[in-house]
Design a protein around this ligand. Structure first.
Ligand code: PRP
Ligand code: MN
Ligand code: MG
Length: 179
């Protein structure tokens, strides 16, 4: 494993501190409201688990599974719903939680889809965003870190389903993905 990683980009401590900061903003913004946080499987699992425990606002949690990457390193732009919400979000305050916005194609599609269901509000929280990779402009209320356009893994992010369980975000050595 050691040789597969090029570097640690964001430490566990930096992630914890950033999520505490975002949670504070979410608490203020959603004060007195009923908030549903929606995690996008599988990448958002770690962010959801830690963010949900960092907020004081009572939240309910639901999950969607969509796929855009397959097992490669690039967005295809093809989004499939693998698992839909269990919750009717009409009239609900919904916060979509992602691990990363890369091209933005997954989220752009998802926001259009969820928006059509009549939520009271719809916002996005992402741990990571790659400004240089953006193919669509998305209004993101809560961003953890803007990062360079490198292939990153860990803290939910995978390469071919591996490395999700790393407690930090690291960059992958090019030889691992044939770069
Ligand atoms: C990754 C990541 C985001 C999306 C971002 O998910 O977790 O959901 O891609 O890419 P985009 O902005 O270019 O659309 P992936 O489809 O790899 O599924 P996973 O979460 O199960 O790893
Ligand atoms: Mn994902
Ligand atoms: Mg993935």
């Amino acid at each position: 494993m050691g040789n597969d990683l090029k570097s640690v980009l964001i430490t566990k401590e930096e992630i914890d501190a950033k999520l505490a900061e975002l949670a504070g903003r979410i608490d203020r913004d959603y004060q007195g409201r009923d908030l549903l946080i929606v995690g996008v499987l599988k990448g958002a699992v770690m962010v959801m688990a830690d963010l949900a425990r960092a907020v004081s606002t009572p939240v309910t949690m639901d999950w969607m599974a969509v796929s855009s990457y397959g097992s490669g390193t690039r967005s295809s732009g093809v989004v499939r719903i693998l698992k839909d919400l269990d919750t009717d979000i009409a009239g609900r305050h919904v916060l979509v939680v992602e691990d990363i916005i890369d091209s933005g194609l997954t989220l752009s599609w998802l926001l259009t889809n969820l928006g059509s269901r009549g939520p009271a509000s719809l916002a996005v929280c992402t741990l990571l965003r790659k400004p240089e990779a953006a193919q669509v402009d998305i209004d993101v209320a809560y961003v953890g870190f803007d990062i360079p356009n490198e292939f990153v893994v860990g803290y939910g992010l995978d390469f071919a389903e591996k490395y999700r369980n790393l407690p930090f975000v690291g960059t992958l050595a090019p030889h691992v993905y044939g770069g």
